[in-house]
Design a binder for this molecule. Structure first.
Ligand code: NAD
Length: 246
């Protein structure tokens, strides 16, 4: 297999400075892509982009003006956007009746509107013109099965799944594929914060009896943006050790 399958391609990874996004950025760079990391956390993102021979562009995905500036800059510097990985995401957990409106809005703005903002502009300003493009949105299994304490987060990820399916249907004829990856519980800072008891409970429900790794999510993303998945669009692939099987 050609291990530089993405050479000459520009791949944008939002929230690429750490965690799952970092693993995706490393994976695509190793496969020859020119990776652009978009993140609000400059320090980590700059260090990583230098290490992998990519670049960093600052943007808050929830702010459409900021995203437009970033998309313009990326196209100016690289000529095009071939691959977009909408990975930036946050959680602000609380039971629904205790959830603050601002926490609902913040999670929706970053996790769902952020995907809309970046996809719309990358498609409009580059992919549609080239009649070629590949988008992968990082959803979550809780967007399929729900999770107590995560009304905002799970609703945002369900929204990401519906947006993925809709955009896939709109853009298939333009040569652009749109898929989603729904990770289960992955070893990152997001899951590190979980109390030990909660972690154990999760493990009980994972058929493989272990958390996943960011690298395992990144391998699935790489498959979805590669020619090996050329006839796949509008799909949600779960990477969860067997939890969700429908
Ligand atoms: P993380 O918190 O480790 O990393 C998220 C990155 O996104 C950070 O670098 C952060 O600075 C950046 N970011 C946050 N808000 C941003 C914004 N407004 N604009 C641009 N960048 C922003 O998270 P992670 O665990 O690596 O999660 C990555 C994605 O995977 C998220 O969408 C998350 O919902 C999803 N996910 C994670 C898990 C898990 O178990 N960790 C499970 C399912 C889904």
């Amino acid at each position: 297999m050609d291990n530089k399958i993405f050479s000459g391609e520009t791949a944008v990874v939002t929230g690429g400075g750490r965690g799952i996004g970092e693993a995706i950025a490393r994976n695509l760079a190793a496969a020859g892509a020119r990776v652009v990391i978009v993140d609000v956390n400059k320090e980590a993102a700059v260090a990583l982009s230098e290490e992998i021979g990519g670049s960093y562009v600052a943007a808050d995905v929830s702010d459409s003006e900021s995203v437009e500036g970033a998309v313009n800059k990326i196209i100016e510097n690289n000529g095009k956007i071939d691959i977009l990985i909408n990975n930036a995401g946050i959680n602000r957990d609380a039971l629904t009746i205790r959830m603050k409106e601002e926490d609902w809005d913040k999670v929706m703005d970053i996790n769902l509107k952020g995907v809309f903002n970046f996809s719309r502009l990358a498609v409009k300003k580059s992919m549609i013109k080239k009649r070629r493009g590949n988008i992968v949105n990082i959803a979550s299994i809780v967007g399929i099965i729900g999770n107590p304490g995560q009304a905002n987060y799970s609703a945002s990820k369900a929204g990401v799944i519906a947006l993925t399916r809709t955009m896939a249907k709109e853009l298939a004829v333009r040569g652009i594929r749109v898929n989603a990856v729904a990770p289960g519980f992955i070893e990152t800072e997001m899951t590190e914060k979980l109390p030990e008891k909660v972690r154990e409970k999760f493990l009980e429900n994972i058929p493989m009896k272990r958390l996943g790794t960011p690298a395992e999510v990144a391998d699935t993303v790489r498959f979805l943006v590669s020619p090996a998945s050329a006839y796949i669009t509008g799909q949600v692939i779960t990477v969860d050790g067997g939890m969700v099987t429908e």
